[in-house]
Design a protein around this ligand. Structure first.
Ligand code: M6R
Length: 613
């Protein structure tokens, strides 16, 4: 999704903006641009495609040095991905440059009004409406802050914007947030703006997250923030403790591979400090008021709200919560929830699950639950993200920054966080947490390390199957969502058509697809009766000449004359087994994507954080 970087201060601004945008590349984008103000002049440079093209352009035709500015990576919503539509967008009088994330829903009505008033448009973007509007208000006031304030009063939709103008003598950026994230960063005699802390970590760790409705004015002396009511307000400063090297590739060819390998550590970091193995107790203080047993006693139903990979975690979370705490759970796609007019009251705990904490569909579902009187929690990887701020309590997945667009360590830590939450709910209902539920957590990191040792085998078998145009993934019970996740990973990374199915459903339709060309990835783990049934399904595939790649925690000899390939994984415990089982599927998707020459960290058309509905 779009990225924003802004800077006022004495550093060389263009390299700083490009560096910051580089840190946001993982979000996915299709064009990029920068604007710098020198004296009273605005100079822009833009390019379609990757940041490299903008860098090359700036090398050929550098912008004048000095000054301050804004940078943007655009993920097209209105208007094709092109240099013409790239941001920053300058108004038709050439005095305001503006960048924007999100969608202005009433842009057409505003555009007609501006056209009637003589403003012209050089792009197809909704953003140009905003730059022209700000400029039109500069005809009424000489203050850029006031012009932006008047502009946002007219906007409908979700947006984060940042503007600078040719007016005034002081270095000044004005930004506003209504939806997509924006944060301020502070240094000595310099102030930063970004849509994501990753862009600023090389320069500062002291940041302030803007709230919805906030307007901010940045100068070299700091920032002034006004809330939605126009009152000047002090938003809290946070210190971000991510290490900049954490967000580099650390020797791996791709972020995705690095993040797959970081899972043992991430899982350890997610349970550390929360599990008392001796007293067999779970501590989830970060749930705030929801950690209170009296509050939890009033919860009769749970709604899990999520999108994409996080929705797959929710499917497994339902299983955990119902089995361990005996609370009924409904799972919804964030994008669908409010349209079914869900039945919610204060006895419902809605939990938004989101790696980024900024997914618009999940946030709107969380809002819908809250509006109806539900209690609200979040499971997220990003401290200070919107989901965590609207929720009463949070369970953080301590996975560290996930840069690859394909979610890997965020997924496995979400599963672990859901498991901890289920045990916590169980404990709050006075049920014992036996050692067989708790102790396997301590063995999980090692089980992941052992599973990662299968990497060479997976690289080898990838050579045989990477040209296949279709894949089917089958699993039962807890491994059914893992089959869905394996298929999603493969299609995201390699653009191969892949479907995940409950293994028992295969005979009700998908079996028609099976032929000697199609690899079927079957997950044969878990309880004996489940594994036996999946084995029967493998027989059905083989009877139709299908190719079977089996992932199993059993003695491989049981599948030797049946499966074409057998990937063994360590057995851990029935509840934690899916966390182990997904790892070979992540590696398979990664290796196939690499072999097919795909951009695995930034797959086409995808964004890391989807901040539009
Ligand atoms: O940040 P979120 O967990 O809310 O993101 C939800 C989905 O957009 C995300 O999981 C998406 O499906 C990933 N690309 C999966 O790898």
């Amino acid at each position: 999704m779009c990225g924003i970087v802004g800077y006022v201060g004495q550093r060389e601004v263009v390299p700083l903006l490009l560096d910051g945008l580089g840190k946001l590349e993982y979000r996915g984008y299709d064009s990029a641009g920068v604007v710098v103000r020198h004296g009273h002049e605005l100079t822009t440079a833009k390019a379609e495609g990757k940041l490299e093209r903008l860098r090359a352009k700036l090398e050929r035709a550098p912008l004048p040095t000095g000054g301050y500015g804004l940078g943007h990576t655009r993920w097209a919503t209105h208007g094709a991905p092109s240099e013409r539509n790239a941001h920053p967008v300058v108004d038709s009088k050439g005095r305001v440059a503006l960048i924007h994330n999100g969608i202005i829903e009433n842009f057409l009505a505003l555009k007609h009004r501006l056209l009637d008033a003589g403003w012209t448009f050089a792009t197809d973007t909704d953003t140009e409406v905003v730059s022209n509007l700000v400029s039109s208000h500069l005809d009424e006031t000489s203050s850029l802050t006031e012009a932006v304030r008047r502009t946002i009063a007219e906007l409908e939709g979700m947006y984060a914007i940042a503007a600078l103008s040719t007016q005034g003598e002081e270095q000044e950026i004005v930004a506003a947030r209504h939806g997509p994230p924006l944060l301020l960063g502070y240094g000595e005699g310099e102030t930063f703006l970004a849509s994501d802390a990753a862009a600023l970590l090389a320069y500062t760790r002291d940041v302030t997250f803007l709230e919805n409705g906030d307007l901010a004015r940045l100068t070299t002396a700091g920032a002034t923030v006004w809330d939605a009511q126009g009152e000047e307000i002090e938003r809290p400063q946070h210190r971000i403790n991510w290490d900049p090297v954490q967000i580099e590739k650390g020797g791996y060819k791709h972020f995705m591979l690095k993040e797959i390998h970081e899972q043992a550590q991430a899982l350890q970091d997610t349970f550390s400090g929360r599990v008392d193995f001796e007293r067999r107790a779970i501590n989830l203080d970060s749930l705030g008021p929801l950690a209170d047993p009296d509050a939890l006693a009033g919860i009769e139903r749970i709604h899990l709200l999520a999108c994409g990979t996080s929705w797959h975690s929710a499917l497994i979370g339902k299983f955990f919560i119902e089995q361990l705490a005996r609370i009924p759970v409904e799972v919804d796609y964030g994008s669908e929830y409010r349209y079914r007019d869900p039945i919610v009251d204060s006895r419902v705990l809605a939990i938004g699950i989101s790696q980024s904490g900024e997914t618009a569909d999940t946030l709107s579902a969380m809002g819908a639950a809250r509006e109806r009187g539900g209690r609200l929690a979040a499971i997220s990887n990003v401290v200070g993200s919107q989901a965590t701020r609207i929720a009463e309590g949070v369970v953080y997945t301590n996975a560290g920054p996930e840069i690859g667009v394909a979610s890997t360590k965020a997924f496995t830590t979400q599963l672990e966080a859901l498991y901890l939450l289920s045990l916590f709910l169980r404990q709050s209902r006075g049920k014992p947490i036996d050692a067989d539920l708790l102790d396997p957590l301590a063995h999980l990191p090692q089980a992941i390390v052992e599973t990662l040792e299968r990497e060479d085998q997976i690289t080898e078998l990838t050579r045989k199957y990477f040209r296949s145009e279709n894949f089917l993934y089958l699993g039962r019970g807890l491994d059914y969502p893992i089959a869905l996740e394996g298929a999603l990973k493969l299609k995201e990374i390699s653009y191969i058509h892949a479907e995940g199915y409950p293994a028992g459903e295969m005979k009700h339709g998908p079996i028609a697809l099976i032929d000697e060309e199609m690899p079927v990835v079957a997950i044969v783990t878990g309880a004996q009766e489940v594994a036996d049934k999946v084995t029967s399904n493998i027989h059905e595939v083989k009877a139709r000449d299908g190719i079977v790649i089996a992932v199993t925690d059993r003695d491989p000899s049981s599948l030797e004359n049946l499966a074409d390939e057998i990937i063994t994984v360590p057995r851990i415990s029935p509840f934690l087994q899916p966390i182990v089982d997904v790892v070979p599927l992540q590696l398979l998707a990664y290796q196939v994507g690499v072999k097919r020459g795909c951009d695995v960290d930034q797959p086409r058309n995808l964004a890391k954080s989807v901040t539009v509905e």
